[in-house]
Design a protein around this ligand. Structure first.
Ligand SMILES: *[C@@H]1O[C@H](CO)[C@@H](O)[C@H](O)[C@H]1NC(C)=O
Ligand SMILES: *[C@@H]1O[C@H](CO)[C@@H](O)[C@H](O)[C@H]1NC(C)=O
Ligand SMILES: *[C@@H]1O[C@H](CO)[C@@H](O)[C@H](O)[C@H]1NC(C)=O
Ligand SMILES: *[C@@H]1O[C@H](CO)[C@@H](O)[C@H](O)[C@H]1NC(C)=O
Ligand SMILES: *[C@@H]1O[C@H](CO)[C@@H](O)[C@H](O)[C@H]1NC(C)=O
Ligand SMILES: *[C@@H]1O[C@H](CO)[C@@H](O)[C@H](O)[C@H]1NC(C)=O
Ligand SMILES: *[C@@H]1O[C@H](CO)[C@@H](O)[C@H](O)[C@H]1NC(C)=O
Length: 503
C-alpha cells in the first residue's frame, strides 16, 4: 500500500468511527509538560553519560596528500543541558534542548598515502552551546491510537562552538594543530548532515512502530477490559488534551452498553499537572460488565470481614442476638456466612454536588454446621440508594455528606416466624448507630488512591471535584528523588521561550 492510500484509508476510517463521544478526557497542563521535560532532561543526561559514539573514519585531503583517519572507542565523557522544554502548538509539540555541552573522548589513528607521518593518540571533542528544536506532529490513526511524525523541515540543530584537541604520540602533532580548524569544520558539517535525519528516522520509524503496537484496550478483570483508545485528534493549546473512549467491555465480546455517553463540557482547568474527567457513562459501563460477568459478588465470612469493621458473625454474638433473635434460638453458637450479589448493574450518577449509586441485589444468610456443611437460613432482596460528596486530602479520596437509604424484603426463609419488619427496623437502627459513624469517620481520613504503575514516581496535590455527569480529578506528580527540588524551588516555574534562546 502506498503512503497516500494509507493516509486516505486513515481518513475514511476516522470519518466512520471518529465521532464516538468520549467517556474520558485527560489533560497535561503547562505545569505537567514542564515536569515531563525536566524528567526527560534528567533521563537523557543519565542515559547519555558514557554512552558510546560510533567509530568515525574517512579521508581528509591536505596539501601533502590524503590522510586516512579513524576515530574509535568514542564515548560521551561529559554532558550537560541547561534546559529542556515541551510546548504544544496546533497539531503537535515543540521539543527543545537548550544550551547543551557535550564532550566526547576517544582514540584516533591516521595514515598518509605515502608519507611516514602516520600517528595515533587520544582525542577530545567539545560541543558547546548545542541547540536542538523539533516539532513532532501528533495525530490520531482513526482506530484509537496516536501517531507521530517529524519532518526534516521542522527539525533544527545548531552547535555554536566546536573544539577538537588531538594528542599524538609522534612528532607530527604540528600537522594536526594546523588542521584543527578545518577538522572542526568537518565535524560541524557531519553533525549538521546527520543529527536531524537520524532523529527523523527515530521518530518516524522507531517511535511510530512503538505507538502502532501499544495496547489501548487494557484488562481490568479476567472477564472485563477497558478501551482507552482515542476518539478524536488530541487538542493542542497551552495544554495537551486527549479524548478517550472509556468504555468497559466484556473481554469475550465487545458490545456497546445500553446507555449513552453524557457530553463533557469544555473546561479550561490547568490547576494541576494533569486533569482527568471521568463520565458516569464510563463508570456505568464498568458496572454493567462487572455485574454481567458476576464480579459483584461477595461472600462474607469471619475470615474476610473488612479491616476496621467490628462484626461478629457468631449467631450467639451480641449483633445477631439483637438483629435476628430467631436465628440465635434455632442455630445457637454457629458461625454465619453471608452471600451477597447484585441482581442488576449498579447505577452511578455524578451530579454537581454529589455522586449517587443505586443498587439492588440479594443477601443470603447461611449458618456453618458443626460438620462444616452450610444450611441456608433466609434470603433477602435488598435495594439501596447511596449518595456522598467526594473530595480529597493530600493523596486520599475523602467523602462526606453521606446518605444511605435501603429497603429489604424477605424472599425465602427456613425460619417460619422471621419478622421482616422488625429486622428492617433494626437494620436501619444499626445503620444509624454503628455503620454511619464509621463511614463518616472513614470518610474524614479517606482512602489512599492507588499508587502509580510508574516506578519512581508518585502523585501529590490530589483535587477531586464534582460536575454534572462527571467527576474531575486533578493531580500533580513528583519523582521520588526529586523531592528536594520541589521543596527548594516550589512547584511552578515559567517555561522559557524557545525562540529567544534559539535564534
Ligand atoms: C441514545 O441516543 C440515541 C440517539 O440520540 C437515542 O435514540 C437512544 O434512545 C438513546 N439511548 C438511551 C438508552 O438513552
Ligand atoms: C460462638 O459464640 C459462643 C459464645 O459466645 C461460643 O461458645 C462459640 O464457640 C462460638 N462459636 C464459634 C463457631 O466460634
Ligand atoms: C445530591 O445532589 C443533588 C444535586 O446535584 C441534590 O439535588 C441532592 O439533594 C443531593 N443528594 C443528597 C443526598 O445530598
Ligand atoms: C451436617 O450436619 C447437618 C445438620 O446437623 C446435617 O443435616 C447434614 O446432613 C450433615 N452433613 C453431612 C455431610 O454429614
Ligand atoms: C432509591 O431511589 C429510587 C429512585 O429515586 C426510588 O424509587 C427508591 O424508592 C429508592 N429506594 C430506597 C430504598 O430508598
Ligand atoms: C489516608 O488514608 C489512610 C487510610 O484511611 C490513613 O491511614 C492516612 O492517614 C490518610 N492520609 C492522610 C494524609 O490523611
Ligand atoms: C480544585 O478544583 C476545583 C474545581 O476545578 C477548583 O475550583 C479549585 O480551585 C481546585 N483547588 C485547588 C487547590 O487547586
Amino acid at each position: 500500500m502506498s503512503p497516500l492510500s494509507v493516509v486516505l484509508l486513515g481518513c475514511i476510517i476516522a470519518g466512520v468511527v471518529g465521532d464516538d463521544p468520549p467517556g474520558l478526557k485527560a489533560r497535561i497542563t503547562p505545569m505537567g509538560l514542564e515536569f515531563a521535560s525536566k524528567r526527560a532532561r534528567s533521563e537523557i543526561l543519565k542515559m547519555a553519560k558514557y554512552h558510546s559514539v560510533p567509530d568515525q573514519h574517512g579521508d581528509y585531503g591536505m596539501w601533502i596528500g590524503t590522510v586516512h583517519y579513524r576515530a574509535y572507542r568514542l564515548y560521551i565523557s561529559e554532558i550537560s543541558i541547561i534546559s529542556a522544554s515541551i510546548q504544544p502548538e496546533k497539531g503537535g509539540v515543540w521539543v527543545s534542548l537548550n544550551k547543551a555541552r557535550i564532550a566526547v573522548h576517544g582514540s584516533w589513528e591516521d595514515e598518509f598515502n605515502w608519507l611516514p607521518f602516520g600517528d595515533t593518540g587520544s582525542l577530545d571533542v567539545i560541543l558547546n552551546r548545542v541547540y536542538l528544536r523539533l516539532f513532532i506532529n501528533i495525530g490520531y490513526d482513526g482506530m484509537g491510537k496516536p501517531t507521530v511524525r517529524l519532518s526534516t523541515s521542522s527539525c533544527a540543530f545548531r552547535v555554536v562552538y566546536i573544539s577538537l584537541s588531538l594528542k599524538g604520540k609522534g612528532k607530527y602533532n604540528w600537522i594536526y594543530r594546523k588542521m584543527k580548524e578545518s577538522l572542526e569544520e568537518m565535524i560541524r558539517k557531519k553533525l549538521y548532515a546527520q543529527v536531524c535525519p537520524q532523529l527523523v528516522r527515530e521518530v518516524n520509524i522507531k517511535a511510530a512502530e512503538i505507538l502502532k503496537n501499544i495496547k489501548v484496550v487494557r484488562p481490568i478483570t479476567k472477564y472485563a477490559e477497558i478501551d482507552l483508545g482515542l476518539t478524536s485528534q488530541p487538542e493542542f493549546g497551552s495544554s495537551v488534551t486527549t479524548y478517550h473512549k472509556g468504555t468497559v467491555y466484556e473481554t469475550a465480546h465487545h458490545q456497546e452498553p445500553p446507555f449513552n455517553v453524557s457530553v463533557l463540557p469544555g473546561d479550561p482547568d490547568e490547576s494541576n499537572m494533569a486533569v482527568f474527567w471521568i463520565t458516569d457513562y464510563a463508570i456505568n459501563s464498568a458496572c454493567y460488565v462487572l455485574h454481567n460477568t458476576g464480579s459483584f459478588m461477595y461472600i462474607l465470612t469471619k475470615d474476610n470481614i473488612p479491616a476496621g469493621v467490628n462484626l461478629n458473625l457468631n449467631t450467639s454474638g451480641f449483633e445477631m442476638k439483637f438483629l435476628i433473635p430467631e436465628l440465635s434460638k434455632l442455630y445457637p453458637k454457629r458461625l454465619m456466612q453471608i452471600y451477597m450479589h447484585t441482581s442488576g448493574p449498579p447505577k452511578v450518577k455524578f451530579g454537581v454536588s454529589n455522586v449517587s449509586v443505586a443498587m439492588e441485589g440479594y443477601i443470603s444468610v447461611s449458618v456453618v454446621e458443626p460438620n462444616r456443611s452450610l444450611t441456608s437460613v433466609f434470603t433477602l432482596g435488598a435495594t439501596a440508594n447511596i449518595s456522598a460528596r467526594l473530595g480529597s486530602y493530600m493523596t486520599n479520596v475523602t467523602w462526606d455528606k453521606v446518605s444511605i437509604s435501603f429497603d429489604v424484603k424477605l424472599l425465602k426463609s427456613a425460619i417460619s416466624d422471621l419478622k421482616i419488619e422488625r429486622l428492617r427496623q433494626k437494620l436501619k437502627l444499626a445503620l444509624k448507630m454503628f455503620i454511619m459513624p464509621k463511614i463518616k469517620q472513614m470518610g474524614n481520613a479517606g482512602i489512599p488512591i492507588p499508587s502509580l504503575p510508574l516506578q519512581g514516581y508518585a502523585l501529590s496535590n490530589l483535587n477531586i471535584s464534582h460536575g454534572q455527569n462527571f467527576l474531575k480529578i486533578g493531580t500533580d506528580m513528583y519523582h521520588i528523588d526529586w523531592l528536594s527540588d520541589i521543596f527548594l524551588k516550589g512547584r511552578s516555574q515559567p517555561i522559557p521561550t524557545f525562540s529567544k534562546l534559539f535564534y
